[in-house]
Design a protein around this ligand. Sequence first.
Ligand SMILES: C[S@@+](CC[C@H](N)C(=O)[O-])C[C@H]1O[C@@H](n2cnc3c(N)ncnc32)[C@H](O)[C@@H]1O
Length: 231
Amino acid sequence: MHGWMIPPPKEPTKSKRDLERERTAKVSWLVESGYLKSGRIKQALLKVSREDFIPRLYRDYAYLEVPLPLPGEHATISCPHSYPLFYEPLGLDEGHRFLEVGLGSGYGTAVAREVVGPRGLVVSIEIDPVTLEFAKRNLAKAGYRDMVLMQGDGGLGYPEASPYDCMAVTAACVEIPPPLIEQLCIGGRLIAPVFEGDTQNLTLLEKGIKGIQRHIICEVLYVSLRGTYGA
Ligand SMILES: C[S@@+](CC[C@H](N)C(=O)[O-])C[C@H]1O[C@@H](n2cnc3c(N)ncnc32)[C@H](O)[C@@H]1O
């Protein structure tokens, strides 16, 4: 992937305890850096073992601020700070109905499941069948069974479970897919990396009674969305 220095694959040497310590330190850093404010997102990041969603030869790098490669075509697990970067502006919270486009490793899905809790709903769509199987295995091993995971073009959303309170598109698009906006509830929020020429802007969209509002949060670098609304 251009723009990131991915460390070389290697046999893991860190113990579960080492990685737990790194997780706690990472969460403290996310709070100090201003990425993380919500208590529920903080608890979720402390609870979910990111290393269990990473291929074995990259496991020791679980808490480095780099995306790491996943099985499948162009799939990556995003950097640790990406999750509060996406979920804080969404206001992801208890009881929300959440749609993720780009399941990847399943890590972001597990974090969202912890945040929305049993009264909420998590739906995630992955276009790559190999990546989907990797994520499904990770989530099952970690004990997550109560989410809707499917293969398909996430740009089309999943109208059967709509409307959603929050959506995260974890791949960069040229325009925010209109079916996703349709499936958001009034008051709902969607976040996505959107191409502006060669750069990508993390864009927050809010759907109100009177129309749609957009705010650019920062520049980011994500793999491109595939499918109908692909870049
Ligand atoms: C940056 S990765 C996702 C990271 C993931 N959220 C995680 O926590 O590991 C982006 C993912 O989007 C998937 N993707 C790309 N286009 C897609 C589409 N149209 N529908 C669903 N998934 C798509 C890619 O295959 C890739 O797995």
